[in-house]
Structure formats: C-alpha cells, structure tokens
Design a protein around this ligand. Structure first.
Ligand SMILES: [Zn+2]
Length: 346
C-alpha cells in the first residue's frame, strides 16, 4: 500500500516534496522537480508580493521573461531531440511495471520483470540444445522462443539507469533501504549476464553492420539519380532525395559516424582553394562531446556518380531552387511528421 501527497511548503509550483509509505513501512521522501514548467513558474513567483527573488525582480519586464522562457525551452528541446533521448522517452512510455508500481517504487526485480515482458517484442530466436537450427540466423518454425538480443537488453538497462537517474533515483541500489537506482542493482546485472550466456550457448552473435562497398554505393546513387528525374515527385521528395544522395556519399568518403555527419552545420564547411573539395571542421557529435573538433577533408571523386562534392553542390542547388536556405543551420535537414523540412539534425 502506498500513498503520496504533494506538500505546499514551497510556493514554487515546479518543486514539490513527495512522501511515500511503502509496503515495507518505510517513509521515503522525494524532492520532485518538474523542469518543464520552470519558465512559466519564474513569472508567477516574481509577480507574487512578498517573495524575494532580487535578481529576477530587477529584470521583471515581460520581454526579459519571454527571452528566459525561450532560452530554456530551446535548451530543453535541443536535449530532448537527440536520438538517445527519444529512445529513452519511448522506453519510459513503454515502462509497464507490474502491480501498479511507478518509477519511484520500482525495485530491481520489477526491472527484470519488465525486461522479460519486453522479450515479447524480441526478434532473436534462441534455439534450444539439440534444435536443428542451432547457430543459424533467421526465424524458423521450431518453436524455440523469440527473445530480445542480449545487446538490446544491455542497451535497455543503460537507458533505464538513466531514466531513474533523471527522476532523482541515483546511486547504487540499497537493498536494506530500497533506495537508489533500481536498474543498477546486481540482480539486473546478473539478469543480463544470464541472458548473454544463454544466447552465446545458442551460438548467437551480435549482428554486424553490413559494409557498404563502392559498387553498392554506385547502384544506390544511380537509383537516387533516376528517382530525382521522376516528374511525380513533390518538392519535399525532391529535397529528400537530393539530401540522401549527398549524405550517403559524404558518409562513405568521410567514414564519419552517421549521427555526427547529421550534426554538421553548413558554416563548418570550407572549400579548398583549388575548389577540389570541402574541409569539414565539425565540433559536436556522439563521439566528440568533449568539444574537440573533427577536421577532415573530402576531395572530388573522378567518377561523377560517386563524387560527394558534386552531390553536396547539387543538393545545395536544389535547395536554392526550392527556396530553402541551407546557409545557416544544419547542412542535412530532416523533416517533421507533417513532411515539412526543418532545421534539426538529420
Ligand atoms: Zn529452434
């Protein structure tokens, strides 16, 4: 049994104290901070007489607060728009904990149960000893169970640890006090170890990315070139095809991580003096979070269909024709669910 209430000790709508009494009769107090409503809270607090926030009182013009709100919203949306963050949000939405438990009550055993539940969406068939398909890839009619690949389980556990950390459940799991990060407990680590061992015994190895050879890139480029000539393409489809054409070739010749190349800004590109290529001075990405820059050059390729420079130039020309300016912001633009081209990383 548990109950909770939100104290009104603070006249600060984004901060609340949450008291919980759990089945183990332990009282847990959580300080719950809801950052999403911080900006509007600032305005309300400052407008309240008797609440002293000298720094904010000095600058309480509406435009200042709007600017603060815009800045905070922009930082929040930037941090929420990363692929990792989106995967975390999706996992959190999926987080069906048994017994009406929530993130504050969950124990390591609940996490293991959740991971078993997620197995129902697994696509890795774990063959039993003696099965004819042992060691073969694919899904067969042998009735051996489908599970999540152990690498996926590992990745889920990492995201779950981060989800608990985000809500204030940090640190090692304390089995006596039932406090800490439930996903970091030994029980969860043991679960991953057993799942990994089971799959290795069934001779399952992680799938490797299929390498892309020049002949494949040539076929892909020809396919995209043909597609660009189709009269039925909408302006957005023309933009996307030209962008993909440029992106794949740049990726192939740079060897850059897809995510990092998607983060490249147009201003980070410079032409070689002899116009024989581009210099990329890229600073931010999954592999470059320490602020180091990733300086690399890309030359023109003698084969026009494979040439990344020609593809980027053609992409820029098509964007200009469509009146989409690439000069500020990301070089490779993505589209939103409505199909509009937006200045967010690809
Ligand atoms: Zn089997």
């Amino acid at each position: 049994m548990s109950f909770s209430f939100y104290s009104s000790l603070f006249s600060f709508p984004s901060v609340s104290l949450q008291f919980r009494v759990c089945s183990s009769r332990q009282l847990r107090v959580h300080l719950v901070i809801t950052p999403m409503i911080v900006p509007s809270s600032f305005a309300k607090i400052v407008a309240m007489p008797g609440v002293v926030f000298p720094l904010l009182l000095q600058h309480r013009s509406t435009s200042t607060f709007s600017a603060i709100e815009l800045r905070i919203n922009s930082l929040q949306s930037s941090s929420l728009s990363t692929a990792y963050s989106k995967q975390k949000q999706s996992l959190r939405a999926d987080l069906a904990l048994p017994g009406q438990k929530n993130l504050f009550d969950a124990t390591p055993l609940d996490i293991c149960r959740f991971l078993v539940f997620k197995d129902s969406k697994g696509k890795t068939q774990v063959h039993k000893a003696g099965c004819l398909h042992l060691g073969q890839r694919g899904i067969f009619s042998c009735q051996c169970p489908l599970r999540l690949a152990y690498s996926t389980v590992d990745s889920y556990i990492g995201k779950l640890r981060s989800i608990f950390s985000d809500i204030g459940r940090q640190g090692d799991w304390n089995r006596t006090l039932l406090l800490g990060n439930a996903a970091s407990d030994l029980l969860v680590k043991q679960y991953l170890k057993e799942v990994t061992a089971e799959q290795l015994r069934a001779r399952i190895t992680p799938k490797q990315a299929v390498p892309l050879f020049p002949d494949k890139l040539l076929s892909l480029s020809r396919h995209l070139e043909k597609r660009l000539l189709l009269p039925s393409l909408s302006p957005a489809e023309i933009f996307i095809t030209a962008r993909d054409q440029a992106f794949f070739k740049a990726l192939f010749f740079s060897g850059d991580r897809g995510g990092d190349l998607g983060q490249v800004k147009t201003s980070e590109l410079a032409r070689f003096p002899d116009d024989n290529g581009f210099l990329f001075n890229h600073v931010w990405g999954k592999t470059l979070r320490d602020g180091a820059s990733n300086l690399f050059g890309m030359h023109r390729h003698p084969h026009p269909t494979l040439c990344p420079i020609r593809a980027i130039e053609s992409y820029g020309a098509i964007a200009r024709e469509l009146r989409i300016s690439l000069s500020c912001g990301y070089l490779f633009r993505s589209t939103n669910p409505q199909g509009h081209i937006v200045d967010t990383p690809f």
